[in-house]
Design a protein around this ligand. Structure first.
Ligand SMILES: C[S@@+](CC[C@H](N)C(=O)[O-])C[C@H]1O[C@@H](n2cnc3c(N)ncnc32)[C@H](O)[C@@H]1O
Length: 224
């Protein structure tokens, strides 16, 4: 039933939105996991507070070694049962590191990023999961495949065009967006009124430039 639903959605998506079947061969199994990277950053920067948006089975949340951690999810995992919007509305705490991995659609992710910037401690860092989809079907705004990155990548492209934040994408674990609140060192000059217009083909052909992709070694080395 689910497969049939996915195939029907794909049929209409390829008719009315986009039909482009090139795949990217990222081999995530051979690269570090999200929690390894998060823990390395925590250790290097001596961070003490962590927020995770979207926890599911706590596969990542339980691996994070830090004094204070809050996990927000309306359905399962973490320690606060609510949506990210509800959390940000009532929250008065600040965090050193925030991992955004909730609802994987552009509108929600960009909102989660902007809300996270407001509660980030100085010298803090924001990470965003699922930024490097490997196929058209992994990045549709509605789910059409078991692996689902959603169109998170479009929120990263949007961030890349802003002057007061510096945004990268780390080549690991489905792509980890990295956002620092500092002058943009590699501003993307792209004028778009709506980043949702971007197509997977745009990303496929120009992803290095759009996403500012770096290795996990470079990311960790540059953290002081
Ligand atoms: C991909 S899973 C998270 C996986 C987890 N971070 C990990 O690394 O193992 C996404 C989670 O986001 C949650 N979610 C969906 N909408 C959300 C929202 N509006 N705010 C916060 N979490 C949300 C879902 O319930 C789901 O558990």
């Amino acid at each position: 039933m689910t497969k049939l639903k996915y195939y029907l959605r794909r049929f209409f998506y390829s008719l009315f939105v986009e039909n482009f079947n090139k795949k990217i061969k990222y081999n995530w199994d051979s690269l570090p996991r999200r929690y390894d990277i998060i823990n390395k950053i925590i250790l290097k920067r001596k961070y003490i507070s962590y927020l995770e948006i979207g926890c599911f089975k706590n596969e990542n949340f339980n691996q994070i070694n830090i004094d204070k951690k809050i996990g927000v999810d309306p359905v399962s995992g973490g320690n606060m049962t609510m949506t990210s919007d509800q959390f940000f509305k009532q929250n008065s705490l600040k965090f050193d590191i925030i991992f955004i991995d909730g609802l994987h659609v552009y509108d929600q992710v960009i909102k989660d990023i902007f809300n996270s910037i407001k509660i980030l401690n100085q010298n803090g860092i924001i990470l965003v999961h699922d930024c490097l989809p490997r196929k058209l079907w992994y990045q549709t705004p509605t789910r059409m495949s078991n692996t689902w990155n959603g169109d998170v990548w479009k929120a990263i492209v949007h961030c890349r065009t802003l002057e007061n934040i510096d945004t990268y994408t780390c080549l690991a674990d489905e792509g980890i967006g990295v956002i620092k609140v500092q002058k943009n060192n590699n501003l993307l000059k792209l004028k778009l009124s709506n980043f949702k217009q971007l197509k997977y083909k745009d990303y496929y052909l120009d992803r290095q430039n759009l996403m500012n992709i770096i290795s996990s070694e470079k990311l960790i080395n540059e953290i002081s």
